[in-house]
Design a protein around this ligand. Structure first.
Ligand SMILES: CC(C)(COP(=O)(O)OP(=O)(O)OC[C@H]1O[C@@H](n2cnc3c(N)ncnc32)[C@H](O)[C@@H]1OP(=O)(O)O)[C@@H](O)C(=O)NCCC(=O)NCCS
Length: 185
């Protein structure tokens, strides 16, 4: 069983987070979006300026929701970034969750979800937008009980795409069980 220590993201993690994002994006979306579009998006969304802002806003909250998962050698292999819905302490949006391809299916995504659930016991509703053709992401969410509640067409750097809105309704105290964390029969 693989255990991934998880901690809040810090400014010194910015290069590692951007690097995990690029590897994960190329692997996940390589057959969906053109490569130059992926590079363009990641360079903008994961720029030092954007990540600094995200970490600063996260640091100002009572609970840290932008987190990194570490391998045994201390390297960052995954991250997740969640934000509260406006004026709510029960509804949240998971805006990013990405892991290095070599760690997919090893429980790191489940560990990040559980870190969130353990740190925010009041969370009962978690929303995430997922590209329709992202089968890995969709299977991960569905495995954790998220349901599609809406969809929208999007224009992603001139590339037409469909995004699915997934939502998890959760009882306080429940933990996620998938991958390594699944109880044995
Ligand atoms: C989503 C992600 C963070 C999940 O982390 P993970 O460590 O791979 O997932 P876990 O091992 O904790 O959970 C296992 C579940 O994830 C899904 N999954 C993981 N790897 C998968 C793969 N290669 N193919 C299909 N499903 C996969 C499965 O549902 C699996 O459960 P199951 O084997 O019981 O069906 C990771 O797979 C990832 O970075 N994917 C690419 C980026 C992405 O799609 N992000 C979400 C969209 S915003």
């Amino acid at each position: 069983m693989k255990i991934y220590p998880i901690r809040p993201a810090e400014h010194s993690d910015i290069d590692s987070i951007a690097s995990v994002a690029l590897e994960s994006w190329k692997y996940t979306y390589g057959s969906i979006y053109p490569e130059d579009v992926i590079h363009q998006f990641v360079a903008r969304a994961y720029s030092a300026e954007n990540l600094t802002g995200s970490i600063d806003r996260d640091s100002a909250r009572s609970k840290r929701l932008f987190c990194v998962a570490l391998d045994t050698d201390g390297q960052i292999v995954a991250f997740s970034h969640t934000v509260p819905e406006p004026n709510s302490d029960t509804s949240f949006e998971l805006v990013r969750i990405y892991a290095l391809p070599r760690t997919h299916g090893t429980g790191v995504g489940t560990a990040l979800l559980n870190y969130l659930f353990e740190n925010v016991p009041s969370l009962t509703q978690l929303t995430a937008w997922v590209e329709q053709d992202n089968t890995i992401g969709r299977r991960f969410y569905e495995r954790h009980g998220f349901k599609v509640i809406d969809e929208k067409e999007d224009d992603f750097f001139g590339h037409k795409t469909v995004l699915l809105k997934y939502r998890l309704q959760r009882n306080p105290g429940e933990l996620a069980t998938a991958g390594f964390a699944r109880p044995s029969a």
